[in-house]
Design a protein around this ligand. Structure first.
Ligand SMILES: *[C@@H]1O[C@H](CO)[C@@H](O)[C@H](O)[C@H]1NC(C)=O
Length: 149
């Protein structure tokens, strides 16, 4: 799927709204969900991950337990309700990255490549090798959005 097309569709609004809440651009959020789930917003919870960003409970907790409006972080199911919602999931990613932002690949800048690494590898040890399928999807997407300017 062409990321630009995807971003122009229904996912654009929630990701764009989440752009203001942390260091990731809408393109960066789009390429991370593309790499991790093809940005499939119908994904619910399976195994220990939920939603289009495939977020674990520990990740959501480290992000400060963001919730849907009117929900309570301590309530049963608050984690799943947030992480299957595109805006709340993107907000979770933003808050996680605000906390763990770092130059994983030691190239002198903190950018989307670092955020993609932190998303997959966590806040500690994000310089480790990435799963090649995830890395390839991410690189293809980010190169594509960069050529669009
Ligand atoms: C999205 O995920 C659902 C649930 O796993 C699946 O049935 C569907 O085929 C997926 N859609 C795409 C476009 O991958």
């Amino acid at each position: 799927m062409v990321p630009a097309l995807l971003l122009a569709l229904a996912l654009f609004a929630p990701l764009a709204a989440a752009q203001q809440t942390g260091p990731l651009s809408v393109e960066c959020l789009g390429c991370i969900c593309e790499a991790v789930s093809n940005c499939n917003r119908t994904l619910t919870c399976s195994g220990d991950v939920c939603g289009l960003f495939r977020i674990t409970w520990a990740y959501w907790s480290d992000a400060g337990k963001p919730v849907l409006q009117g929900d309570n972080p301590g309530a049963d199911g608050a984690y799943a309700r947030c992480t299957v919602d595109p805006y709340c999931a993107a907000l979770t990613v933003q808050q996680y990255m605000t906390k763990y932002s770092q130059d994983c690949n030691q190239d002198g800048q903190v950018d989307c490549t670092d955020f993609a690494r932190i998303h997959r590898l966590g806040g500690y040890g994000c310089g480790a090798p990435l799963d090649p399928v995830y890395e390839q999807k991410f690189v293809t997407c980010i190169n594509h959005v960069q050529t669009l300017g």
